[in-house]
Design a binder for this molecule. Structure first.
Ligand code: SF4
Length: 373
């Protein structure tokens, strides 16, 4: 919606992931704590509050971590921490905030009702706020063009995702996650389509030349929840050294737009509401075990890594139960990894090594049992 009005837009999780991946998060997290934020609160939230506090106080900030204080903030909270972030940005820094209420579904049947509700919010809350800040009418035709580009990009992204079904896979979940950056930043722009075209061509070339992602793909695993952006390469290498390839996950697949919901002939605001509504499917408690089971079977998964993001209760909820349910139903073993996406205080190298090793042993044991019939 902001792109349709030509507004440069910063996306909250994207900045947190960037700060984690560039190792710029620790000093921003420390600044947030000096400003009164608890270390137990969401690290994505804290990294923003540290950044804004440093801008306000004139503390020098690394060039690659700099962002200005925004003119306006839009929020569609997926969790209470997002509402808390909006509240903090408004109260502490005087930034006007426009909030949509996006109810969390519990079951599939909730989605249609929620979508209708969100469509009304887009029309009655978001559009007037955009018109007010830009001083001109909302550009529905431009939104249609943005959505058309987004659809094209998402279709190619989905074709790339299909390569995960190959065994061995020509790429890893980490390669895919790197591509999520362009997906978010270039969504609705020509550059995004071109990026995915090049990515798809590279994957096709790897398949044609028989180049797998790992020299030996012994085991294929599912990764649950967000990513450990602060240790991206470390985790990828540790798994690769054990012959483990991360193939799919609830977050990287379910959270991104479904191209078939974008109908450029239709009212673009309705398409937006449908996209937001469908993305929320991943939060439906009743569907969580079903989503994981489907991925496990479809992508021939040998084990689960449930990343229990220490300061994000939203994505960690129910992980232990789902892990046990999948083991009972499909005989697939799993581990819980207790760490944080970007806060180094919750990172324990020894814990990670021990758990990855344990998972490799469980998967090997299961493989041998299956071979014995
Ligand atoms: S979903 Fe998790 S990481 Fe995102 S804002 Fe909420 S608590 Fe933070």
């Amino acid at each position: 919606m902001t792109k349709a009005m030509g507004m440069p837009t910063h996306e909250m999780p994207a900045y947190a992931a960037w700060a984690g991946g560039r190792h710029g998060a620790p000093e921003l997290l420390a600044a947030a704590e000096r400003d009164g934020f608890l270390p137990e609160s969401c690290s994505y939230h804290r990294v923003h509050m540290g950044l804004l506090a440093n801008v306000r106080d004139g503390v020098p900030i690394r060039e690659d971590m700099q962002l200005p204080i925004p003119d306006i903030m839009f929020t569609a909270p997926l969790c209470p921490e997002m509402a808390h972030l909006a509240d903090s940005v408004h109260r502490r820094f005087g930034v006007p905030v426009v909030g949509m209420h996006c109810p969390t579904p519990y079951r599939e049947a909730d989605l249609a009702r929620h979508t209708d509700w969100m469509e009304r919010e887009l029309r009655e809350v978001v559009v007037p706020a955009l018109e007010k800040v830009c001083g001109r009418p909302f550009d529905c035709e431009r939104l249609r063009e943005v959505l058309a580009q987004l659809k094209e990009m998402a279709l190619i992204r989905n074709e790339c995702w299909e390569f995960f079904k190959r065994k061995p896979s020509p790429w890893t979940l980490w390669d895919y996650i790197v591509s999520m950056g362009p997906f978010i930043i270039l969504a609705g722009e020509r550059g995004g389509v071109e990026y995915y075209r090049e990515l798809k061509a590279e994957l096709e070339e790897r398949v044609e030349k028989g180049i797998p992602a790992l020299s030996e793909e012994k085991y294929r695993v599912y990764w649950d929840a967000l990513c450990m952006y602060g240790w991206f390469g470390v985790i990828a290498r540790k798994l690769a050294n054990l012959g483990i390839n991360a193939i799919c996950g609830r977050y990287p697949w379910e959270i991104f737009p479904r191209p078939w919901l974008i109908d450029t002939e239709k009212d673009p605001i309705r398409s937006m509401a449908e996209l937001i509504g469908e993305i929320r499917r991943v939060y439906a408690g009743e569907l969580y075990p079903e989503i994981v089971s489907e991925l496990v079977e479809e992508y021939r998964i040998d084990g689960l890594i449930m990343f229990a993001f220490r300061t994000c209760k939203n994505w960690s909820m129910g992980q232990q139960d789902v892990m046990m349910e999948i083991e009972r139903k499909l005989g697939i073993p799993g581990i819980l990894l207790d760490a944080d996406g970007i806060d180094p205080r919750y990172y324990s190298e020894a814990q990670i090594d021990t758990r990855f090793q344990a998972l490799a042993e469980m998967m090997e044991g299961r493989k041998k049992l299956r071979m014995r019939g």
